[in-house]
Design a binder for this molecule. Sequence first.
Ligand SMILES: [Zn+2]
Length: 580
Amino acid sequence: MKPAKQIAAAYARYSTDEQNDKSIDDQITLCNQIAKRHGDWTFKKEFLFDDRAKSSASMYDRPGILALMIAAKSKGFNAVFCESLDRLSRDEEDLPGIFKRLQFHGIDIITLGGVTTQQDIQIRCLTGPIALKDVRDKVRRHHDARAREGLIPGGIAYGYRKKPGGQNGEREIDLAEAAVVIRIFREYVSGKSCRDIALGLTRDGIPSPSGAKHWDQGTFTHGRGDSRGMIGNRLYIGIAVWDDYTTIKSPYTGKKVRRKNKPEDVIITDVPHLRIIDQDLWDRAQSLNRGRAEKIFGKGGKRTKVSRRTTVENLIAGLLICGQCGGHMRISKSNSKRTDAAGVLASRVSCAAATSTGTCEHRKSYDLDILERTVLDGVKKHLTSPAALMEYTKAYHERWAERQKAAHINIPQKQKDLNRATVACDNAATAITELGAIPALMQRMKALEVERATLENDLEHAKAETNVIALHPAVIKKFATDIKEIHEALTGKGTNPEKMMLFRAAFRNIFDRITVHPTAARKPYEVTPLARLTAIMGAELFPTMRTADEMLAEQGGSAVPIRGAKGERDPRASNRCRPS
Ligand SMILES: [Zn+2]
């Protein structure tokens, strides 16, 4: 067959320990046997590649296969032996890539099934995803069987620990944590709010279930399905519930979504030795929990599906920053009494840190629509007057000159950083050409390129002797007109949805973030929008849609506040806006 004495490489992998896969050694031995059937081969130690406990679904986090592909380039061997093709990859994109590259270097893939051909690869690509589902099903069957035996295959719930010396999934009560669980239940039935329970635990220095310093009030009653958080976890009364939910990856977003399983698939087992809460305390907590839920969501206590504006649909939601702690603000609740014309609930936003962990004092919540109007009115007031804009720009020029001076001092360091980023970029580019376009690698590359562009940009600015931004009055005027147009479209009614999208994009092109300052209850809202300088410098406000990355790359990743002209704030104005 083949000419005498050829050099062979071998690749072995096992995925999850749960299915008792053949060990790496077994697979290498098998590779030796396969090789004997295909002529005279010598395995070299440096060409034995393996990945332990790795799934074949993704190539990126398997150092073994990556090393194999890099070694293939140096053509040190003539064939790769492995048990079967799905050891190499089950991914319908990766496998042909591996095959193509090895073929290019004149390297065969030889398995139990013989020398791999293009047809083998095509068939594999059709059946691979099915096999992956097979493994998942196998693991699931295994877990289900354990759950029926009263073991707990999932994560370890707060209040329990792995039984020392016990088998996999065997739990016992962790006395210290159990005491905290009892404290939470007692405080809850005493009528304490979740927020106060969380603050108390944090104050007493008790680590939260996630190990974080701050307890999240959502831990107690927010959760999935019938087990609403800790208060609803039936394990605390000695009942283990398994498989009530499945997570699957959405083909649209790539994100994992949770689906409720059919009732007949849910496995409920009695585990009386794991009971922490006595029945009376449990019953009182449940009735209180139901009562609170019914008070909020009406009879049945179930959250009714109502359409609400998502962050994407909302003009400013994703841009809001807490004026106190600098963290993000998020939609915290909806105003169940007020809906807009389309029947969509009005949303209120508040500081995420203040609502969930109590680490920020800024507890006021804001009506999102009013906030939006405040911003738009302020924007109109301050950004549509060419004279005022000229003022802003002049002030910016002064500040910019100062920054220039500071930047000049940093040139040597910047040059060093740039060199480092350039080398990193080149390395990533080499890896991509050798291994193919692996998503995580591409991501890294993108980030590096942005970094390099930023540094280059910085350096350019720092080195320039004179830097005068020529601001043509016509540009300023156009900006003012654009803003007026955006304001009209966003506050008016009846603009068609596609046009609306364009206006929203234009708005987000101008503003980087909007800081919401704490004000007293029932006092007017106070916000500071931070605009991107390029927007005023004459960038097209209605360009083709750009991604955030592209925008950042273009601006060198910085936002510049619009500077306000002196003394223009009218304290009597009901909707104040304060471009800083
Ligand atoms: Zn805050």
